[in-house]
Design a protein around this ligand. Sequence first.
Ligand SMILES: [Zn+2]
Length: 630
Amino acid sequence: MKKNDENQNNDSGMTRRVYKKASLDDTVVNVRKDPSDDFDLLSDDGMMDYVPGVDDVDHFDFDEKDIEHYRKVNEQEAAERDRRRKQRALEKQRAAQKQQCETKKSDEQPQGKRQNKQAAKAAADEVPVKKTNTKKKKRRRRKDEETDIDDIELRRELSEKKRTNKEIMRITYVMMLLFFGMIGYFIYFDGVTSKEVINNPHNSRLAKMADSVVRGEILSADGEVLAESIKDDNGNYYRYYPYGCTFAHVVGTSDVNKSGVELTADYNLITSDIQPVEKIINEIRGQKNPADNVVTTLNANLQQVAHDTLGDREGAVVAIEPSTGKVLAMISKPDYDPNSLVDNYQDIISDENSKVLLNQSTQGLFVPGSIFKMVTSLAYLRSGGDPDNYSYYCDGSISLQSDSGDSYIKCYDGEEHGQVDLLESFAESCNASFANLGLSISVDKMNEVANSLLFNQTLPTKFTTAKSQFSLSNTDSQWQIGATAIGQGNTVISPIHAAMLVSAIANGGTLMKPYVIDSVQSTEGSVIEQYESENYGTLMSASESSQLTKMMKAVVEEGTGYKLSGKNYSVAGKTGTAEVVGRGNNAWFVGFAPADDPKIAICVLVEDAGTASSEAVPIAGEILDAYLNN
Ligand SMILES: [Zn+2]
């Protein structure tokens, strides 16, 4: 319609435009002058012909005369439009009446030849009149058709415009999505992935980076150098480990079998963050830039004591600060001298059974024996068991049905513990009592508790660890359930996991994630990265941890860990002597001290050993002394 109007009257269209430019801004003027004076801003189809910007309006300067003039013009137009509308309506009405009359006439026509002839004659008489009507009709129809065509074209045009707009918007959205996605990826890549990608040993960029710098030092928490780069007589740098095998697995090596901190912090150890000016000066001089140093959480003295005390025996030691998760010491035996690993590497890997390169603290899995009684006790508590009302009479063994008839589970050395409650069963490590206790707990509950204590899953650490395993099925025999309850069965655990469990008990049930790298510093001493301790969550409630602590204190005060009593600090712990097929026992001690204000949680494992109290407990004592009496 709008298009039609403009076609019909270009001049008035022009006038209207100017007028509307004025009226849009001047509606204020309008209202002020006479609120009832309603300017017609819209064309017939109710659409605004022209919508000017405010700047446009500023160019027009209208006075009262102009407004009066435009009002008159507008009124004339309105009157004209009104007149045409009325005329069209009248024409329509006439046409409708006419049609009605014709329909009536044809309905009233009589049947028969004579009547038909008459009608034909009458019709012939009427031809001139009819002709006039037909012409008018045709004109009107043509006009209507033209209007319709215009309408259709306009609609088509609009719908095409809409479609095009939609497509443009769709493309815009897609482009925006891609753009923001790309920005997001760059941020993620820069913040998270880039280091992982660069730190990937297969990345050739690492080798180039390593060549351009002097590899940084690895330091203990107390500032001892654990790994450094030294220039030889030919001007080439080589890696030197001042402590030899003491830190072998935890610090690792870089020239061959890249492992430990050397692997985890590889990127930092080949990235130099010294002042740019210094960098340029070094480059001009043809000197390599010194890469950043990595400061660990390790206590050099504690590590040395743990290493020396374990001596030539195979096994592992892990010490953690319970309130932070800082790893204070980590030993794995057998070990190697990282200074000569390059020379001995082929010999070591040619022996398939060699455990020399394996960090047993994190990667080794061992039968836990009686240290697992901590888990069984927790399952008993969570099954609604009352720790103060448990009672059992131990005659040195318990007979249980196995897949091959009745079998016995014996207490160590067949010792008869007599009437015992839960505390005594735990402190004396009574196997018969704990097998009995295990049978009172549902298999589902045992699985649930073991899983809640991180069995069968990846441990929350920044270094890789083996998954501890626990499984018990409803089809298992009574003997199997009893054996599992005392830490035999199919259960295996890593020393780091055992240390984490006692660390959580020491910390009121909350586990802090263990970590070894404390910070990264430039050689000029500025801190590049500082790692904070991270809370993993609660492994048990405060009351559960309190109950277990009470039982673990009894182990030292009156049970199998008595060798740790009488010190100037109290110890809470649990011993374990696990039978291993084909070799000596796994002797364990796990615990923390001081019992009421824990500063250190430890796990000591001696493989191919006698009993826990004779071999693991004394080592634990020396380590605790070294840390708490220093
Ligand atoms: Zn017993």
